[in-house]
Design a protein around this ligand. Structure first.
Ligand SMILES: [Zn+2]
Length: 71
């Protein structure tokens, strides 16, 4: 009986994801922490420093090749 489960919106499921966001206020560049290759990445758009943050993102299941879902 799963009727008591909370209904999900039709939208893709989202989760809070660690990201890096650009410190340049005129730039909205950001990247997922998964894609940051160094401890202090630079913005790919304006080359400013980035700061760590969080963002609610749709869950992408094929982002990481190591994360294969069980059938
Ligand atoms: Zn930037």
């Amino acid at each position: 009986m799963y009727y008591s489960r909370k209904r999900q919106p039709d939208d893709l499921p989202q989760e809070v994801t660690a990201i890096w966001s650009c410190t340049n206020e005129e730039c909205n560049g950001w990247m997922r922490d998964n894609f940051a290759f160094s401890a202090q990445p630079r913005c790919v758009q304006c080359n400013s420093l980035m700061e760590k943050g969080e963002r609610k993102l749709s869950i992408l299941e094929n982002t990481s090749p190591n994360h294969s879902k069980k059938k």
